[in-house]
Design a protein around this ligand. Structure first.
Ligand SMILES: [Zn+2]
Length: 195
């Protein structure tokens, strides 16, 4: 099963808040089972989430994606011009590490993408992303992003920083104008000069 080119691995995977919410809702619908699906986007930014039914025999401790839904999702990813970035699945028992079964199954089927493991706590979604590097399994930071469209987030100023800079500039200009007006010499008395 090959889909598009294998993405290059980044140190972080950006996930829009909305997609985290979709995954959380999927877990809430099947809290006792492993839920699973695919994440697609560009570079290291996820922009779409495709829930795929788990058809494993023992769904509580393992997952197997429904083949028809999987193929449909892959087709849609291709059609949208996106890259398949990751699989995701939940561990209802809480561990965010890939299990030995995960490493074997995912490592042979999807060696070139990320694998996100999720777990739902009452008010938060715990997630960890992994990728394979030869024999190693490497963890990747997940950045939950409200915008979800910025692969180089750390190099950009946040909205608050931008507002602060604009505000500082405006205050400086106002102070300079006030100062200039205060320091101007009084206007010459034109009536006296005319005499
Ligand atoms: Zn697992």
């Amino acid at each position: 099963m090959s889909n598009a080119s294998s993405p290059q691995f980044f140190e972080s995977l950006c996930l829009p808040q909305e997609i985290a919410r979709q995954i959380a809702a999927q877990i809430d619908a099947y809290p006792e089972e492993e839920i699973c699906g695919l994440l697609a986007g560009n570079a290291n930014v996820v922009s779409r989430c495709f829930a795929v039914p788990n058809v494993a025999t023992v769904k509580k401790v393992t997952f197997e994606m429904d083949n028809t839904a999987l193929l449909r999702a892959l087709k849609e990813i291709d059609k949208a011009g996106l890259t398949l970035l990751a699989t995701y699945h939940s561990h209802p028992t809480g561990q965010l590490m890939l299990s030995r079964h995960d490493v074997m199954a995912l490592g042979s089927q999807w060696p070139h993408i990320y694998h996100v493991v999720v777990n739902r706590k009452p008010d938060e979604l715990m997630m960890k992303a992994w990728h394979f590097d030869k024999q190693d399994v490497v963890s990747v930071l997940i950045v939950i992003d409200d915008y979800g469209a910025n692969p180089i987030r750390s190099q950009r100023l946040s909205n608050a920083q931008q507002v602060a800079i604009i505000l500082a500039a405006v205050i400086t200009i106002v102070v300079l104008v006030v100062l200039a007006v205060t320091l101007l010499p009084p206007p010459p008395d034109l009536t006296q000069q005319l005499r």
